[in-house]
Design a protein around this ligand. Structure first.
Ligand code: HEM
Length: 304
């Protein structure tokens, strides 16, 4: 079976319903503004414009993974962190990450199977078992991915993984494959479902507003660097823990962004929007995502 990006969005709509104006997935979100500042170790690894050292402006969106914009924040779900960086030449580059550290399938079809298997109902246990049988790599990632569904104390107190490998090319033409993690400065903590429920349906949005009123929230961009032979096109694979890690820079989330996505402004965060000095890997999930995000955009803003 080969699926199209439109079919992937259909699958999300079947599970979560169609909600005009909202993203097919990660429908409930909060926009923020901030800056990204490169660290010397990041600057040494790529000639990309946002890694030169000067701070670049950022638009940031925190979200819950599901496609229902009314879903309560305490429901088990992955959380998203999408970052758009504005480069000096007027172009943009995006980093799109979520709290589940490993993707459960190497194939886009696996994503659709997972959507159907996660649909609540009597058949769910059977569908989920069938999904695991067809996607054995998902079993390895289950404990870490299940932990990522717990409600966090804050969007700013949980790590986010960009999953795919990207090829960073330095000023001398040397290249390395790397994977990114946004590591929060605030200690990562989750809540019990009951404690989260007591905080209310929109507690993550409220907490973020209150936190940012007190001062900025920070994340460091941590790179894990592949060695020769590490799989760079498989989002289900882990690289050995002893692979070197470097801090490439710091994202400072300074406040809520109230101007964007109002009055016809449209934002899309696309993980394939890279810039000179950074290349995509051949990961089929990464390659598929851009089309799926555009298909979702066409439905949320049909008049474009
Ligand atoms: C086949 C795999 C995937 C499919 C089909 C898919 C599909 C989608 C769709 C349709 C949207 C809504 C886009 C929009 O309307 O702008 C979305 C958003 C999002 N996805 Fe994925 N996704 C996939 C994999 C991933 C992975 C691997 C990650 C994390 C590394 C991820 C993180 C996110 C985040 C954070 C958002 C919200 C972006 C925002 O705030 O605008 N997705 N995804």
């Amino acid at each position: 079976m080969t699926i199209t990006p439109g079919q992937a969005v259909d699958a999300a709509n079947e599970v979560f319903g169609r909600h005009p104006g909202y993203r097919a997935l990660h429908a409930k979100g909060t926009l923020c503004r901030g800056t990204f500042t490169a660290a010397p170790a990041g600057a040494a690894m790529t000639r990309a414009a946002h890694l030169r050292g000067e701070p670049v402006p950022a638009t940031i969106r925190f979200s819950n993974g599901g496609g229902d914009p009314q879903a309560p924040d305490y429901a088990p779900d992955v959380r998203g962190l999408a970052v758009k960086l504005y480069l000096p030449d007027g172009s943009r580059t995006d980093i799109v990450a979520q709290t589940a550290p490993r993707f459960p399938s190497r194939r886009p079809e696996g994503f659709v199977e997972l959507m159907h298997a996660s649909h609540p109902g009597l058949a769910m246990p059977f569908k989920f078992a069938r999904f695991l049988a067809r996607n054995p790599a998902a079993i390895r990632g289950l404990p870490a991915n299940a932990a990522a569904l717990r409600p966090p104390v804050s969007y700013a107190a949980v790590p986010y993984y960009a999953i795919h490998a990207f090829r960073w090319i330095d000023g001398d033409g040397g290249a390395h494959y790397v994977r990114y993690t946004w590591v929060p400065q605030a200690p990562a903590r989750s809540l019990s479902p009951l404690a989260a429920k007591r905080l209310g349906r929109d507690y993550l949005q409220h907490e973020l507003r209150e936190r940012l009123a007190r001062g900025p929230a920070q994340f460091t961009l941590e790179l894990q660097i592949a060695a020769d032979g590490d799989p760079v096109d498989d989002p289900t694979a882990q690289w050995p823990d002893q692979r070197p890690r470097v801090i490439a820079g710091t994202l400072e989330v300074s406040g809520l962004e109230t101007e964007r996505e109002t009055g016809g402004d449209v934002l899309i965060f696309d993980p394939t929007r890279v810039t000179d000095g950074i290349e995509l890997s051949a990961d089929p999930i990464l390659q598929f995502r851009s089309g799926a995000y555009s298909a979702s955009l066409e439905r949320r803003v049909p008049s474009r």
